[in-house]
Design a protein around this ligand. Structure first.
Ligand code: SF4
Length: 61
């Protein structure tokens, strides 16, 4: 993604347990998110290395 896309991204997501999830379009309702590294993980597997730092469980509100 080039820097010219800044501010024009869309965030596709399938995490239905998140309060920010829009299930009608499988999208995130936020304008931006933070992607965080998993602490202490260095195995190179995408499923282990990163996570959405903006996730908020819909059952916590
Ligand atoms: S905050 Fe993260 S996990 Fe939640 S809907 Fe947006 S992208 Fe998905």
């Amino acid at each position: 993604m080039s820097s010219t896309n800044k501010g024009n991204q869309t965030i596709g997501c399938n995490v239905s347990s998140c309060v920010h999830f829009d299930g009608s379009e499988n999208m995130c309702k936020l304008h931006s998110i933070n992607v965080e590294p998993m602490e202490g993980c260095h195995n190179g597997k995408a499923c282990d290395e990163s996570m959405c730092g903006s996730y908020k469980c819909q059952h916590e509100i």
